[in-house]
Design a protein around this ligand. Structure first.
Ligand code: HEC
Ligand code: HEC
Length: 399
């Protein structure tokens, strides 16, 4: 918290504090983060009546999954949802399934920046992973579906890609007719839902399947549970950096390594966004939903579990490797306009301090402030951090 800096001021601290721009920025970030965090606390446990009993038990390191009371899981429903997820019958020309853009072999995303829908149109953003998607309170990079505290965002989301002309481009009613014309699906819907397929039931089945995409029990989880041999020395050093000097855990925290909140991305310069407010500009992020100026260029923090199984990274897929991601964070991101005009002298002062003292300031600076600020990681430290992401957060159960 910023108060820690204020306690013992040095010239470097004073400069940090003086930056009104920086403060404005992290006040906005804190506001968004605390709302989500406060609500996350309320909803961290399974809701009344909803249990994971018939869903899939969470692997080590993850919390129990909450299923909406209106859509309890059964093994047959999960299986139906799994078939639908992989079936191109849900796209207009029967060429794309959900898995075309959320490919298990690619960490439930794709290897390109943008996907093409059935009409050949390019998507606006990079498909996010569906790893541990059950824990998202809001869906999409800008969180436009779902609500803080809601538990049925996946049901709400599932028909969107089917309908979307840039994706599967099929009227969900037509999708239901197709399924009802298939004796196998007809039987399954009768068995699971006691009736024929409808758009609502298609969404329920797919959502139930998505809640089984749970990935935990990684070397990091086993290390945390006490197995000190579960990670290499380099990954252990990287873990310490992640939670401490590099302050990644300011946002990538909790069992799923996300705070379920919105923060400035490191892939687009927020300063460039103000003049480009068109409805189609996906770089606007959360601003497009909230209309709040302070949210321009804010995106939902993604989980980092299984992160090495997918690339490229970020909402626009602009960073190809984990090395590039860590290097970008190390530079302080791209939002240089948040930096004080006197940033260079400030950095020089900081660099001139004895390294112990510098570490002290860095450790005690507010995470939000740190996120827009260089991390001063050595090349070896950057490599260790990458090793942690790659080795520590990859489980043996995926895909
Ligand atoms: C043509 C590619 C494509 C297809 C097909 C597709 N998706 Fe997506 N999916 C995307 C993109 C792109 C996004 C991000 C959109 C955004 O944030 O604005 C996304 C986002 C999502 C999200 C939100 C995840 C998060 O963390 O915010 C879920 C859930 C999802 N898709 C499920 C599905 C399901 C279920 C299907 C099949 C019914 C499907 N998708 C089919 C491209 C696709
Ligand atoms: C201020 C909050 C914040 C901090 C601190 C932070 N991140 Fe992020 N991270 C985000 C957000 C928000 C995104 C998505 C940005 C976007 O899509 O443009 C993201 C995206 C990522 C991604 C891409 C994941 C994917 O599926 O595309 C990786 C990898 C990542 N962060 C790693 C790190 C590491 C390593 C650190 C520490 C050096 C870190 N983050 C610190 C908020 C944060």
């Amino acid at each position: 918290m910023p108060i820690q800096i204020a306690r013992d001021r040095s010239p470097a601290d004073a400069l940090l504090l003086k930056s009104r721009l920086l403060r404005r920025w992290f006040v906005a970030a804190i506001a968004v983060a605390t709302t989500a965090a406060a609500i996350a606390v309320r909803f961290s446990g399974p809701a009344d009546g909803a249990t994971a009993a018939e869903g899939v038990a969470p692997p080590r390191g993850l919390l129990a999954v909450t299923h909406p009371v209106s859509n309890p899981p059964t093994p047959e429903k999960i299986e139906l949802g799994r078939q639908l997820f992989f079936d191109p019958v849900l796209s207009r020309d029967r060429t794309l399934s959900c898995a075309s853009c959320h490919d298990p072999q690619r960490g439930y995303s794709i290897g390109e920046r943008f996907a093409r829908g059935v009409g050949g149109a390019l998507g606006r953003v990079h498909p996010p992973t569906l790893v541990n998607v059950a824990y998202n309170m809001m869906q999409f990079w800008d969180g436009r579906i779902g609500s803080v505290g809601g538990d049925d965002s996946l049901e709400q989301q599932a028909l969107e890609p089917i309908r979307d002309p840039r994706e599967m481009d099929l009227d969900p009613e037509v999708a239901a007719q197709r399924l009802n014309a298939d004796p196998g699906y007809r039987r399954q819907f009768e068995a699971v839902f006691k009736g024929p397929a409808t758009p609502e039931l298609i969404a329920k089945a797919i959502a139930t399947f998505e809640r089984t995409l749970l990935f935990g029990d990684s070397p990091y989880d086993r290390y945390t549970a006490g197995d000190k041999k579960a990670m290499s020395e380099a990954a252990i050093r990287g873990r310490d950096l992640f939670f401490w000097k590099a302050t990644c855990s300011a946002c990538h925290r909790g069992p799923n390594l996300t705070d379920n909140a919105f923060h400035p991305g490191i892939a687009v310069r927020t300063v460039d966004l103000a003049d480009r407010g068109t409805a189609d500009d996906a770089d606007q992020g959360r601003f497009a939903v909230s209309g709040d100026e302070a949210h321009r260029g804010f995106f939902k923090t993604p989980t980092l579990r299984e992160v090495a199984r997918r690339s490229p990274y970020m909402h626009n897929g602009s960073l190809a490797t984990l090395e590039a991601v860590v290097a970008r964070y190390n530079e302080g991101g791209v939002d240089t306009h948040y930096w004080p005009p006197n940033r260079r002298p400030l950095l020089e002062q900081l660099m001139a301090l004895p390294s112990k003292q510098r570490e002290h300031y860095l450790k005690n600076a507010a995470p939000q402030l740190r996120a827009g600020f260089p991390l001063f990681l050595t090349p070896e430290e950057q490599q260790d951090l990458v090793t942690f992401l790659r080795e520590g957060l990859t489980s043996s159960s995926s895909p």
